[in-house]
Design a protein around this ligand. Structure first.
Ligand code: P71
Length: 458
C-alpha cells in the first residue's frame, strides 16, 4: 500500500458538478455520436478526459493574472517568463505559443519537408498529426517493454537506442530534419524516460548531426520519477534534474497546459539562432508577435508562476501519490491496468477488459462509452481511434500496439473520494464487462479523427 499523502493545499473556490441519470446519459451518447469530445462538459460528473489545461490555478497564479501587462510589444510578463524558462530549461531562445501544438506547428513548418522522417520514443497525437500534415513521417522507437502493459520497468518510456540507430542508418540521417523524445511517454502509459536514456538518445542523434528536441509537456513528472527511481539522483533537486535533462537537447516543445499548470499556454525553445529567427517569422505570421505569441500578458504571467509550482517537490509527491492511489484501488478490484501507473494518469488495458471486442471495433473507445454510461465519467481513448493510421505504401490500416483507456487526473482538482467513486464505477463495469458493445465509425477526418469521429454501436 502506498504511503498516505494528503493534499498540500486546501480548497478556496468551489465549482459545482452534477450527476445525470443513466437514461439521460444514454441519450447524450447517442446525440454525441458515441464520441466523448462531443459531450457537453456540464453533462460529465468526473472529467478524466485530459490533464491538459484542466488544472486548478493557485492563488499566486490568479494574483499574477491581475499583473498582466497587455502591451503589444515587450510586456513585463514576457520578461518574467523568459527568465523562468532560461532558469529551468536553459535554452538561449524561446517563443511563447498558445499551446503545445502551436509550438509543434511552427517547428515542423520550418524544419520538416515532405517525405522526411521524425523519430520519437512515441509521438503523441498532435505531433504525429502535425508531422503527417507536413507530408512527414513520424516513427516510434520506444523499448519493446514499453508496448507490454504488464511488464514492470522503472523507465518504460525509454527509447530503444539500438533500434533508433538502425532506423537512422536505414532512412539516412539527411532525411531526418529533427529527432524527438517525449517525456513522459503519453501514448505509452505515461511512462518516464531515464536521464541515462535521454543522454544516450541525444548522443545518437548528435552523432548523425540530427537536432534533438524534447516534447516536454510532463517534464516535471519525469524529473520526479528520475529522482525516485534512477541511481544517483535521490539527493538532487528537481530543478537540477530538469536542467540536466534539457542540457542534452537542442530545444523543446512545451504544452504548459500540463506541468506548467495553466489553462492555456505553451512555448518553443531552442539554442540555434537561425532556427529561432525563422520560427519567430512564422510565429509572427500565425500566432502573434514574439513577446506574446497568441497569449495575453496575464496568460504569460500565469505560465511563469505555474512553471515554478509544477516543479515543487511537495506538489509532485502528492500528484504522483494520487495517481498511484487510483492505480492501487483499481488493481485491488482486479481491473487490468497498464503497469506501472504513469505520472498523470492510470491507463486501463482495454484489450484485457473487453477481449471480445476486436481492434476494428475499437475496444478502448467502447470502454470509454460504457464508462460514461455507467457513471458519467469521461476518459480518453488512447488506442485505435486516435492512433491507427493508413500505411503510406499499402494504404492498409495499421493499429497501435496498445488499446488503453486513460483515466487522466487534472492537477489539484479532484479529491480522494472522487477517485473512490471512479473505482466503484469501474468495478461495477468490470462485473458486467461481457455486455460492453463494440463500435463502428460512421464519420471521420484524415487527421486527429478522434476529436470529430462519429460512431454507431455494434
Ligand atoms: C492530452 C493532450 C491534449 C489532448 C489530446 C487529445 C485529446 C484531448 C486532449 C497534448 C500533448 C501531449 C504531448 C506529449 C504534445 C501535446 C500537445 N496532450 N505532446 O494528453 O500530451 O499539446 O494540447 O497544448 O497542443 O490530453 P497541446
Amino acid at each position: 500500500m502506498a504511503e498516505f499523502l494528503p493534499e498540500p493545499f486546501r480548497i478556496k473556490v468551489v465549482e459545482p458538478i452534477k450527476q445525470t441519470s443513466r437514461e439521460e446519459r444514454a441519450h447524450i451518447l447517442e446525440v454525441a455520436g458515441y464520441n466523448l469530445f462531443n459531450v457537453p462538459a456540464e453533462e460529465v460528473y468526473i472529467d478524466l478526459l485530459t490533464d491538459s489545461g484542466t488544472g486548478a490555478m493557485s492563488q499566486e497564479q490568479w494574483a499574477g493574472i491581475m499583473l498582466g501587462d497587455e502591451s503589444y510589444a515587450g510586456c513585463r510578463n514576457y520578461f518574467h517568463l523568459a527568465e523562468t524558462i532560461r532558469s529551468i530549461f536553459g535554452f538561449h531562445y524561446f517563443l511563447p505559443t498558445h499551446q503545445g501544438r502551436g509550438a509543434e506547428n511552427i517547428l515542423f513548418s520550418v524544419l520538416v519537408k515532405p517525405g522526411q522522417h521524425v523519430p520519437n520514443n512515441m509521438h503523441f497525437d498532435t505531433t504525429m498529426g502535425n508531422i503527417l500534415a507536413r507530408g512527414g513521417r513520424p516513427s516510434n522507437h520506444v523499448i519493446v517493454t514499453g508496448h507490454d502493459p504488464t511488464a514492470w520497468h522503472p523507465f518504460k518510456g525509454n527509447m530503444d537506442i539500438a533500434a533508433l540507430e538502425t532506423f537512422i542508418r536505414q532512412v539516412g540521417a539527411e532525411n531526418i530534419p529533427l529527432g524527438m523524445i517525449t517525456i513522459t511517454n503519453n501514448s505509452g502509459g505515461g511512462q518516464p524516460v531515464s536521464m541515462e536514456n535521454i543522454r544516450q538518445t541525444a548522443e545518437v542523434y548528435h552523432r548523425y548531426g540530427i537536432p534533438f528536441f524534447i516534447d516536454a509537456c510532463r517534464y516535471a513528472e519525469n524529473a520526479y520519477f528520475i529522482k525516485q527511481r534512477e541511481p544517483g539522483y535521490a539527493d538532487k533537486s528537481l530543478l537540477e534534474i530538469a536542467r540536466e535533462m534539457f542540457s542534452y537537447a537542442d530545444g523543446c516543445t512545451m504544452s504548459a497546459k500540463k506541468d506548467g499548470l495553466v489553462n492555456i499556454g505553451g512555448f518553443l525553445a531552442m539554442n540555434d539562432e537561425t532556427l529561432y529567427q525563422k520560427a519567430a517569422q512564422e510565429l509572427t505570421l500565425r500566432e502573434g508577435f514574439p513577446t506574446y505569441g497568441g497569449l495575453a500578458g496575464r496568460d504569460l504571467e500565469a505560465m511563469a508562476r505555474g512553471l515554478w509550482e509544477g516543479l515543487d517537490e511537495a506538489y509532485l509527491r502528492y500528484r504522483i501519490a494520487q495517481t498511484h492511489y487510483l492505480a492501487d484501488q483499481l488493481r485491488e478490484n482486479g481491473i487490468p491496468i497498464f503497469e506501472p501507473p504513469g505520472g498523470h494518469a492510470v491507463y486501463v488495458d482495454a484489450r484485457r477488459f473487453v477481449p471480445h471486442i476486436p481492434a476494428e471495433q475499437f475496444p478502448a473507445q467502447s470502454l470509454c462509452v460504457a464508462l460514461y454510461l455507467e457513471g458519467g465519467i469521461r476518459a480518453a481513448e488512447i488506442g485505435g481511434v486516435a492512433f491507427a493510421h493508413r500505411d503510406p505504401e499499402t494504404g492498409e490500416w495499421v493499429y497501435p500496439s496498445l488499446e488503453l483507456v486513460r483515466l487522466t487526473l487534472p492537477r489539484r482538482v479532484y479529491t480522494q473520494s472522487h477517485l473512490d467513486y471512479v473505482v466503484r464505477i469501474l468495478a461495477a463495469l468490470w462485473q458486467k464487462r461481457d455486455q460492453v458493445r463494440g463500435l463502428q465509425i460512421v464519420y471521420q477526418t484524415p487527421y486527429l479523427r478522434h476529436f470529430t469521429a462519429r460512431f454507431a454501436l455494434m
